[in-house]
Write a protein that binds this ligand. Structure first.
Ligand SMILES: [Zn+2]
Length: 82
């Protein structure tokens, strides 16, 4: 998955190529759906043998973030009012 590179030059050319009578309306993807997809993709990838690639790294980072609350729970017990 490589990000599409849009340089100012490309963007101008693209805009110029689109006729004014045909406005291109591309509905934006729901970021939550995208996140779910990415998460599923990373989980699937991580289920195989760890290869240490960029996806493995992303998985580790995401997992750390998502499980942060659970990791911190024992370290930061809530103060119980007496
Ligand atoms: Zn990997």
């Amino acid at each position: 998955m490589s990000p599409i590179q849009v340089t100012p030059e490309n963007a101008n050319r693209t805009l110029a190529a689109v006729p004014a009578s045909k406005p291109r309306v591309i509905p934006a993807a729901d970021p939550h759906d995208v996140m779910r997809e990415q998460l599923e993709f990373l989980i699937e990838h991580a289920q195989g043998p760890t290869c240490g690639c960029a996806q493995c790294e992303r998985y580790t980072r995401v997992r750390t973030l998502l499980l942060q609350a659970f990791d911190e729970a024992p370290k930061q017990p809530r103060a119980v009012a007496a």
